[in-house]
Ligand binder design. Structure first.
Ligand code: SF4
Ligand code: SF4
Ligand code: SF4
Length: 162
């Protein structure tokens, strides 16, 4: 006989929220989000896509978050914090796939960053190297799609490793 309680638990297992801005309780997201799709339909840059299990998830390969707050306003389940609070704790990081780190002159990402969080520092014996200014990066993801080698990802800040 099928244990329905166990099956329900399995269905409602924790799903990592797809980094939506202003999520008030990320841990409870998969219990409370009904997957209605409202947030995705109003997103002005169409970056909210269907992630794991059909739950909404931000995909920076599609574009950047403009912090318009439309997703939060549209949610019937009230899963989002007030607009006056910080939207998320995440920043961009650049991997070794970066062309500059391989000695090739490339500054494409610098131009895509409106808050000027990507700085290129001269390097002896090599091309200028990119660094992310932690205080300036707002995690908007605008740099992600610009990188020709997909070297940039936006990740939750690990406070312990800063
Ligand atoms: S704040 Fe605006 S641009 Fe950002 S994910 Fe929400 S709806 Fe999209
Ligand atoms: S609007 Fe709210 S309940 Fe609907 S899919 Fe988006 S986060 Fe989930
Ligand atoms: S995530 Fe946004 S603010 Fe941060 S480096 Fe990329 S473009 Fe700049």
């Amino acid at each position: 006989m099928v244990d329905t309680d166990k099956r329900r638990l399995f269905r409602r297992k924790y799903v990592k929220p797809g980094n939506l801005p202003w999520l008030s309780e990320p841990q409870a997201f998969s219990q409370q989000c009904t997957r209605c799709g409202e947030c995705a339909s109003v997103c002005e840059t169409n970056i909210i896509t269907k992630g794991d299990g059909g739950f909404p998830a931000v995909d920076f390969a599609q574009g950047e978050c403009t912090f318009c707050y439309k997703c939060a306003k549209s949610c019937p389940e009230k899963l989002f914090s007030p607009q006056s609070t910080k939207p998320w704790e995440q920043i961009a990081t650049i991997s070794n796939q970066c062309l500059a780190k391989q000695g090739v002159d490339c500054r494409v990402c610098e131009e895509s960053c409106e808050p000027f969080a990507i700085q290129f520092k001269p390097q002896l014996g090599s091309v200028a190297q990119p660094t992310i200014e932690l205080d300036a990066c707002n995690g908007c993801g605008g740099c992600v799609a610009s990188c020709p080698t997909k070297a940039i990802t936006v990740n939750t800040i690990d406070i312990q490793n800063i």
